[in-house]
Every structure is written in C-alpha cells, then in structure tokens.
Design a protein around this ligand. Structure first.
Ligand code: ATP
Ligand code: MG
Length: 630
C-alpha cells in the first residue's frame, strides 16, 4: 500500500499543502488566504477568504471545453422518456431558473425548498439556487405532508418548488396536494410555490397569487442570463436532513468551497472517473448520495451524469445494465439494498447486456454483506467497492481509493480511511483506543475535512452536543457506528452503537449476526434486533426474507428452515449469536432511503410504540413484523 499510504499521510501531516493542491481542481474568483481556520473548535472553516460558486464550477467553467458534451442524461422508465442536456443546454436552463427565482425575490442566503420527483427540473432548481447564493433544502419526493411541514418550518424557505406529481412503479403519486397540506400545517410557509406541471395529475388545484406555473415563468424569462453570485467559501450551499433511521432528522448544513473541493478531489482519487466519462448514480436527489454523486461531483468533474427515474426491476431487472450498455457508463454508484432487490430476480439479467465499459460499482448506505457483494461482482464481472459515509460527511469516509492505488479489497470491509479523515476507534466507555479486531466506536478527529457538515442549521449548540460530546477525554466527532479494524488497517462496520445487542454480557453488533445469517444460501435479506429478555438481558431476534419462498410455505417447513439458519449462525459466529427466533416475512421495514428501521422492529418485539415513522417506506412491513411476533 505504498501510494495510498503516502497520499493519506500527506493529507494529515502536510494538511494545508495537500488541500491547497486539491483546491486547485476548482475555480476560485478570489484565492483563499487560509486553508483551515480551526480557531473555534469543533467548527472548521475551509479555504477562508476564497470566493467561488458551486454552480459556476459545475456548469459555466465547462463551456469553454465541453459545451456540446452531454452534462445530464435523464432516463425515466416511469414515463418512458429520455432527455439529454449538453453543458450549454444546462447553462441555459439553469440561468432561466435563476432568473425566475430572482423574480420571486430570492436572494443570497434565502432558502429554497425543493420537493420534487426525479426530473431534470429538480437539478436545474438546485443549481439555480446556489448560482444566486441562495440555499437549497431538498426534501425527498416520497415524504408525507407532516415530514415536509417540519422541514419547511426548520428551513423557512421563501419559495417552494414542486411538481404536480411523480410516478413510482407506474403509479402516479400526486405531490401538489401534499405540498398544500404541508403548507397548511407549517408555521412559516413559503410565499410562492413554483409547480412543474408534467400533466400527470389532471385534478391538480392551484392557489392564484401563491402558486406559479413553471412553464409560464419560463416563457417570461426566456434567454435571461444571471451572473453567478460569488460567495465566501463557508457560505452555506444547502441544508439536508439525515435519513432519520435513529430518530429526529438533523438539518446538516454544508459550505460551498470545502464541498466543491472535496467532490472535485473525490472523482479522480476515489471514483477514478475522468471528465467526459459517464457516471451513473442510482440514488435519489433527496439523499446526500444524490446531491453529491448524481449532481455536483460528476458535473464539477466535467463528466456526464445519468439521472434515472424508476425502479431497478421495471420494465425488467436488466434496466440498469441496459443503461450501462447504451450510455457506456464507466462508474456506477448504488446501494446494497438495491442490489439485494436484484438478487431476488433471475441472475441471467446480469449477463444479458454488454457492461464492458463499467469499471466500478460503488455501494454505500448500509452494511454490504459478503454474499451480496460476491453475487453482484461475479455476476457482472465488475469491481465492487464498498464505501462508508454519512449525510454529515458528504463524501466517503472509508473507501478503497482506486484512483490513487488499486489496493486489495477484503469482502465485508469498506477498506480504510479516505485522505483527510483522521479516524479513531474508541472504547465506548473508557474512550481508550481499541486494539486490532477489537470493537470500538468509530470517530473522526476534528477538524473534519473539507466537504463535511459545517454545523446543524441554526443550531450550533446541537451540533456540538450531538456529534462532539460522546467522550469525556477529548472532543472527537462520533459517527455512532461500531467498527473493528484488522491488523492490515481494514475497517469492518458492525452496526450502529445503539443497535448493539447485549447477550448475557457479550456485546454483539447486529451486523455480525446478520452477516452470519446471510451466509445461508436462501436468505435475500435479514434484520436482527436485540429484544429485552429477563434472563439474558437481551436476545437477538431475526426477521428474514427468503429467495425461494417455497422453502417456507408451511409452518413445518418454516420450523425446519429456522433450524437450518440457526445452525448456520452457530457455525459462522458461534451459539452466542444464535437468534432466539427467525421469523419469515416478505418485506422489511425500511426508511425511504432503504435503511432498515431496526428501532421500530425492536419496539414491536417489545410491545412498545414503534416511534417516529414519518420516513418509513411501506407501513405494511411493520404489520408483518407485528403479526410475526404476536
Ligand atoms: P439518522 O442519522 O437520521 O439516524 P442515518 O444515519 O440513517 O439517519 P445517513 O446519513 O443517510 O442517515 O446514513 C449514514 C449511516 O449509514 C452511517 O452512519 C452507517 O450507519 C450507515 N452506512 C453507510 N454506509 C455504510 C457502509 N458502507 N457500511 C455500513 N454502514 C453504512
Ligand atoms: Mg446518522
């Protein structure tokens, strides 16, 4: 690990020189005078005094060299449309949208809330917002009115941008009624609502004066050019709420300069993707992965980004690989959850298309179990790279960095720290560093590197309290994830600190038990939670989705299958990790971003209230859990 080790050490021991070099990857209208101001820990300001603009770096600066190259290719299997925008087209769209926002009174520092389906206008809206120095807050288009209202009240946007409707699995999902409902609930409603009317919801109602039709506004501002608002590096670019897997979402605030540099650096160093190449991230613009890797990073890099509106299995399970073939995608970014969905389909789909252009499949968001990683890597013949990060970080914290060095990968591990991240594994009580293969809380020494959150929106105190107050011995950032590091320096994420199961005094990560269960050939997905037990403190309880349902068709078959799975756990992990029960379900409760809601499962197992469910994907999944444990 020569080159990686060297690069990594440079980033810490010669921090300022390192980031000065990386900062040259973006355009500054005014150079920064200080690389990092850490005079008020744990708050860090990067590239102090430098002036730049996120939209300028993503769009304008490419016009000289790649105006006719596609910047954004939008493919919708929902409405069966494809639209491509060159960098020049994107420039025009974004300028017109910026003119619209200005005409509605949006200026520097104002917030714009974007509640939209996966359509190109959402990208234009985001870029237009940062172009004029305003701050966007994108709320995932699948959230219900109450969730949206809470985010409206937190961000207090001047303008809300939405569409008449989205579509999911062929079903029209009206957004405008939810917008109206949320505005009625909100204490600080926006003055104007801009609606991209796609003609999907013919019953849409509008409120004259407040609601504005996007097309009409476009006609009024056709051809207008709005100069970029140059902002100081630490000027906020956006607010984004965390997934809410562990409770009330936190409004992550991101800066401008540090974020642009972090993303610009990640494309060559981590994603090994060149300008002009095609990048396909399957996330949603409502999540951090979508912000960073559908929009900003590929565009800052001068790549072509693919935005896909639809399910991975519709019209069939080959759709993603057909896109890779047709658009010669070189790099893909997806999630383990999505791959597990594909794993339930015929593996022949993986071989049907020519995916020889694809060099990497990056996966993040949830632990990537070995069987799933193996299945997709062998099936496609493409390198799978597990990377670990958070809404808070904005870019990978742990990852192989093939642009620097093709280091060997280890199954089940997101490899090691990205440059700039000084990691620590601390004993959860003593705070002392743990040894090789010992479990500890994954922490990052401050200052957090460029691109990471600056604070919690309007709540500096909550930022310090939430992230930097877990240990008495020092002020470090805690990820709230449990991990081990082996003697080669590879990290293994064991689950969230508050998901840890305490069985008769032994501390087990939910991930460890889930991994052991996944080793059984018929398991598609599984969730394990710790349930209170009078005798043992806690016992693990498993909820499994099987690939071949005929194996659990009757109670007798289920009992036999449960035994088999327990035997697998005994073999893989030892009897200590054996779940008290394995319940078979067809659906697991997940957040809209595809993360397991272990908390709610646990609550149901303990006959408690499942808690805040505003981010749940499908409430029917909870009913299955409720029925299983009844
Ligand atoms: P909240 O903080 O609101 O509870 P959340 O933590 O689910 O929500 P995100 O920021 O979207 O919100 O998710 C980050 C978390 O996802 C990480 O802290 C970690 O638990 C998990 N995660 C992400 N990538 C990986 C990975 N490669 N391996 C294991 N876990 C991962
Ligand atoms: Mg989190």
């Amino acid at each position: 690990m020569g080159a990686y080790q060297d690069f990594y050490e440079q980033s810490l021991s010669h921090r300022d020189a390192f980031w000065t070099r990386e900062a040259a990857r973006i355009d500054w209208v005014k150079p920064f005078r200080q690389v990092c101001d850490f005079s008020n820990p744990p708050f860090a300001k990067w590239f102090v005094g430098g002036e730049t603009n996120l939209c300028y770096n993503a769009v304008d600066r490419h016009l000289a060299t790649r105006a006719e190259q596609n910047a954004l290719t939008w493919i919708s299997s929902e409405v069966e449309l494809t639209r491509a925008f060159t960098y020049r087209d994107l420039f025009n769209e974004v300028n017109r949208f910026a003119a619209i926002l200005k005409s509605l009174g949006v200026g520097k520092g104002d917030r714009v809330l974007i509640y939209m389906p996966m359509i190109p206008e959402a990208v234009f809206a985001m870029l237009a917002t940062v172009r004029i120095g305003a701050i966007h807050s994108v709320v995932f288009g699948g959230f219900a009115a109450a969730s949206l209202a809470a985010r409206i009240d937190d961000a207090e946007p001047k303008v809300l941008i939405t569409a008449d409707a989205g579509s999911r699995g062929g079903k029209i999902i009206p957004l405008k009624p939810l917008t109206d409902e949320s505005i009625a609930l909100a204490k600080h409603p926006p003055k104007h609502v801009v609606i991209v009317n796609r003609g999907l919801d013919r019953d849409m109602k509008t409120l004259p004066g407040r609601d504005m039709d996007y097309l009409a506004l476009c006609r009024r501002h056709e051809g207008e050019i709005v100069p970029c608002e140059w902002v100081e590096s630490s000027h906020p670019s956006y607010i984004l709420y965390t997934s809410g897997t562990t409770g009330k979402p936190k409004g992550v605030q991101r800066d401008t300069g540090g974020y642009a540099v972090a993303l610009a650096a990640s494309m060559p160093n981590i994603f090994d993707t060149k300008p002009g190449e095609t990048y396909f991230c399957t996330s949603d613009i409502g999540w951090v992965v979508g912000h960073s890797y559908i929009i900003y990073a590929p565009l800052i890099n001068g790549s072509t980004t693919i935005m896909y509106d639809g399910l991975p299995i519709r019209p069939d399970a080959g759709i993603w690989w057909k896109i890779v073939q047709d658009y010669k995608v070189s790099t893909m970014f997806s999630s383990p959850t999505a791959i597990r969905v594909l794993k339930k389909q015929d593996p022949a789909w993986l071989k049907k298309f020519d995916v020889s252009s694809l060099r990497y499949l990056f996966l993040a968001g949830e632990p990537l179990d070995q069987p799933t990683s193996d299945w997709i890597e062998k099936g496609l013949g493409v390198k799978v790279i597990d990377n670990y990060w958070q809404t808070e970080s904005g870019w990978p914290i742990l990852s192989a960095q093939p642009g620097i060095e093709a280091t060997p990968r280890k199954l089940g591990s997101p490899s090691f720290a990205s440059y700039g991240y000084k990691m620590k594994l601390k004993h959860e009580e003593t705070g002392k560093p743990v040894g090789a293969n010992e479990k500890g809380v994954l922490c990052i020494e401050a200052p957090l590197p460029p691109g990471c959150m600056s604070t919690i929106w309007r709540d500096d105190a909550r930022f310090v309290k939430t992230y930097f107050s877990s240990f008495k011995d020092e002020q470090v950032y805690t990820t709230f994830d449990w991990a081990t590091r082996d003697s080669d320096g590879y990290y293994f994420i064991m689950g969230r600190t508050d998901d840890v199961i305490n069985v008769a005094g032994h501390r087990l990560g939910t991930r460890e038990i889930e991994e052991a269960i996944q080793a059984h050939a018929n398991i598609a997905e599984v969730a394990v939670v710790g349930v209170a037990d009078a005798l043992k403190g806690q016992v693990p309880m498993a909820f499994a989705v099987v690939k071949d349902a005929s194996k659990v068709a009757t109670p007798e078959l289920q009992a036999a299958h449960e035994k088999e799975i327990m035997a697998t756990v005994d073999k893989e992990l030892g009897a200590i990790g054996r779940p008290a029960r394995v319940h078979f379900v067809t659906l697991l409760p997940k957040t809209r971003s595809g993360k397991l809601l272990r908390r709610s499962i646990q609550a149901l197992c303990e006959k408690r209230d499942p808690g805040d469910l505003t981010t749940i994907e499908d409430p029917a999944a909870l009913e299955q859990v409720r029925a299983a444990v009844a």
